[in-house]
Design a protein around this ligand. Structure first.
Ligand code: C5P
Length: 405
């Protein structure tokens, strides 16, 4: 619950269909006692009229840099000085590019250069535009310049496509601005998580599966969201509810999980394979219930594709994290998998008597990467997920700094 806060908020709207949602943001901010002044780019004014924002904010709306009338009311430098914070929502790829390169050719880009207050940016664009290296470079640059990112989220887009680039919900932006609570180790990063068991059918009523509650994968999704990431989870059948804001894709078999993961993995920054994927599936799935006859019977099984290894061997691969459940020689087997599957990191745990894991609420992990290791002692899976996500964020960051010094 956000308490009332007196803040002077300069709200800038750039061109995008999400501009209509920003009208609601003005209302939410004013309800919390904030004083809001609105700036529209010319493109934004094609989506929503200045009059809408004037009526909602109770102040004239600024659109022009070189207009004596508007500059007399409150010039761009005065507007920048007046604000306790500047929020740009929606922020288009174009305005982000201008901010990134210090271009000041209209009111908003000039205001941004003149602003000395904290700046928040809530991007909104088509998923392909969001993933373009040019946009990602610009995002990193403005973050390095001190801008705080809010979102974007993933989901259905106005253009009919699916993916990242949807503006965060106005309520969420409002909460971030008023509380300053933008845990941001993974801000702007997209994470794909596989979770839960898979089920491999034998016939219409029977299947083989692994013992897995999905608790670890679901806790990782929540921890990543709390650090500002956009999360998609490909989940086998579990009795858990996905954390709010997770984009959830439910599957049943290892093959379905393989297809759902592989078709999108290269678009993500991080892949965490936390699912207990069945290693083998029945070679033949009967259409009819298999009848009980002989005292002994044989099942012929066929090996499933290794999803984790396939992701880690993609040409354009995310930072890839696997899990390893071992009953003996934990480090040797875990490090073997790290190498063989081409992973960036592996989180290993003992399984067996009194060792947590599987359906337990607690777990302990030994995490290995090529140059190091970290031990997380037995603790609640939620806490453990937070620690692991912090470690992943640190290593992802190190990797991207080595790539782009
Ligand atoms: O080789 P092993 O099954 O022990 O490796 C465990 C890791 O590999 C886990 O991260 C699991 O999600 C992943 N895995 C997979 N596809 C499989 C089997 C395991 O992604 N078919």
């Amino acid at each position: 619950m956000v308490s009332k806060i007196n803040k002077k908020i300069l709200l800038a709207v750039s061109g995008g269909i999400a501009a209509y949602k920003t009208a609601e943001l003005v209302r939410l901010l004013r309800k919390k006692n904030a004083e809001v002044r609105v700036v529209l780019t010319h493109a934004a004014a094609k989506f929503v009229t200045p009059l809408t924002f004037q009526a909602l904010s109770g102040h004239a709306v600024a659109t022009e840099l070189l207009d004596t009338g508007q500059e007399n009311a409150m010039g761009h430098i005065n507007l920048a000085r007046w604000a306790d914070l500047l929020i740009v929502a929606p922020a288009s790829a174009n305005i982000i590019a201008k901010f990134s390169h210090g271009i000041a050719d209209d009111l908003l880009s000039t205001l941004y250069l003149a602003a000395e207050c904290p700046v928040y940016v809530a991007p909104a664009m088509n998923q392909a535009m969001w993933h373009k290296p040019a946009t990602q470079d610009n995002i990193k640059r403005i973050q390095n310049h001190g801008v705080t990112l809010i979102g974007p989220d993933s989901g259905n887009q106005a253009c009919g496509e699916q993916g990242f680039g949807r503006m965060s919900a106005p309520q969420e932006i409002c909460n971030c601005l008023l509380t300053g609570n933008t845990s941001s180790l993974l801000q702007g990063k997209s994470i794909l998580i596989s979770a839960g068991p898979t089920r491999e059918p034998l016939d219409p009523v029977r299947y083989i599966t692994n013992r897995s509650s999905g608790k670890m994968g679901y806790a990782l999704a929540e921890a990543a969201i709390n650090q500002g990431a956009s999360v998609t989870m490909i989940s086998g059948p579990v009795s858990l509810t996905a954390p709010p804001k997770t984009s959830l894709i439910q599957v049943e078999t290892a093959q379905q999980m393989y297809e759902e993961v592989l078709q999108r993995a290269s678009l993500y920054d991080v892949y965490i394979g936390a699912a207990a994927v069945a290693d083998y599936s029945p070679d033949i799935v009967k259409d009819e219930k298999i009848k009980k006859q002989a005292d002994r019977t044989t099942l012929v099984l066929r090996k499933n594709k290794d999803i984790l290894s396939a992701v880690a061997h993609l040409k354009q691969r995310p930072f890839t994290v696997g899990f390893a459940a071992e009953t003996h020689e934990l480090e040797r087997y875990a490090r073997g998998k790290l190498e063989r599957k081409n992973l960036d990191m592996i989180a290993a745990n003992w399984v067996g008597k009194e060792s947590g894991g599987f359906e337990d609420d607690n777990n302990a992990l030994q995490v290995f990467w090529r140059q190091g290791r970290q031990h997380f002692e037995m603790m609640n899976k939620k806490k453990l997920a937070e620690k692991l996500i912090e470690l992943i964020a640190e290593k992802v960051d190190e990797k991207s700094t080595t790539k782009n010094p």
